[in-house]
Design a protein around this ligand. Structure first.
Ligand code: ADP
Ligand code: MG
Length: 329
């Protein structure tokens, strides 16, 4: 099983950013409202995530690190409306097979915290009492210490940190109600408080994407009653001068996606008003009936399939065309 874990680890755990993605998703699944992340050396030396979520009971702690132990799929139908972000029950097992992992947790209704540690091949987790407020901390040290071939594929500290920051950025854009902090080598990079008002949301956007983004952003909020579609968020005016292809975030029912239908509709709406060949920056959220969209269950792809892609395309196109045309002289 250890070998199987390491093979699976290759699929899920490509670099520190993929570890962070899995850990953040677990925290959000556990209902965390506050997540703090400390990393060292681009996450290779240390990733430590602390949350205030529902925690894991002592008896379930060793189980959380074993393969295919998930608490999240009660019945197969659950897969249809993918409510929780992670659901395959292999992330922690995979990560722990290629690192030194400690999981410490205390459910809010328990008075004691417990901790399990595993180190690469040594698969017998040791359980020990610990001190911890309600919630969980996962500590991942020395990623790929026992898989030199994988370690060789890691890039510079800065590159790994960039990937990692992008993961945090995406999740921070998908959950304005959750607070996030990120520190690298003891330096705070982000400190994002819960953002409920428009002003607070714009503040978070400017911290994540820079002040120019928000200065040039048009607010989008369109709904089609009949089809139950809603599109909201921000798209920049063409006066926004920086290279923008890297600031394009599209969420479908809260999950970031990449999709040809969506990209085409956005680009077309922009071009049909502005004719300037530029690419907009945007952070957009599409909400629709979950049964009208298939979200690919592969952990690293972000694909969707719309049941009625024509309808979705036209709705996005019309909504954005209207917003951009209104605001552009
Ligand atoms: P999955 O998320 O697919 O269920 P994981 O390997 O990522 O599998 O996690 C295994 C289990 O550990 C989860 O199902 C969950 O019960 C528990 N778990 C992991 N991280 C946390 C967390 N931060 N808070 C509470 N429970 C957690
Ligand atoms: Mg998970």
């Amino acid at each position: 099983p250890q070998l199987a874990n390491q093979i699976a680890a290759g699929e899920v755990v490509e670099r520190p950013a993929s570890v962070v993605k899995e850990l953040l998703e677990n925290s959000l699944d556990a209902g965390a409202r506050s997540i703090s992340l400390e990393v060292e050396q681009g996450g290779v030396r240390l990733i430590r995530l602390r949350d205030d979520g529902g925690g894991i009971h002592k008896d379930d702690l060793p189980l959380a690190l074993s393969r295919h132990a998930t608490s999240k799929i009660a019945a197969l139908e659950d897969l249809e409306a993918v409510m929780s972000l992670g659901f395959r029950g292999e992330a922690l097992a995979s990560i722990s097979s290629v690192s030194r992992l400690t999981l410490t947790s205390r459910p809010p209704d328990q008075s004691e915290a417990w901790s399990v540690s595993v180190e690469g091949r040594d698969m017998a987790p040791t359980l020990a009492p610990a001190a911890h407020p309600p919630g969980s901390t996962v500590e991942v040290r020395d990623l790929f210490f026992n898989t030199p071939a994988r370690r060789k594929f890691l890039r510079t500290e800065k590159t790994e940190l960039n990937h990692l920051e992008e993961v945090v950025r995406r999740l921070a854009l998908s959950r304005f109600d959750v607070s996030f902090t990120l520190a690298h080598n003891a330096r705070t990079l982000y400190q994002l408080r819960p953002a409920m008002s428009e002003l607070e949301r714009e503040r978070r956007l400017s911290l994540l994407l820079g002040q120019p983004f928000i200065e040039h952003a048009l607010v989008v909020d369109m709904a089609a009653e009949a089809s139950g579609l809603r599109l909201h968020g921000w798209i920049t005016q063409p006066t926004h001068s920086r290279s923008q292809a890297d600031q394009q975030y599209f969420f479908v029912n809260g999950r970031i996606i990449k999709d040809k239908v969506v990209s085409h509709a956005v680009r077309q709406a922009y071009q049909d008003v502005l004719f300037n060949g530029r690419h907009p920056a945007f952070v957009l959220y599409l909400e629709l009936d979950p049964t009208l969209v298939d979200v690919n269950v592969h952990p690293t792809k972000h694909e969707v399939r719309f049941r009625e892609s024509r309808l979705v395309h036209d709705f996005i196109y019309r909504s954005l065309h209207r917003v951009i045309a209104q605001m552009t002289p």
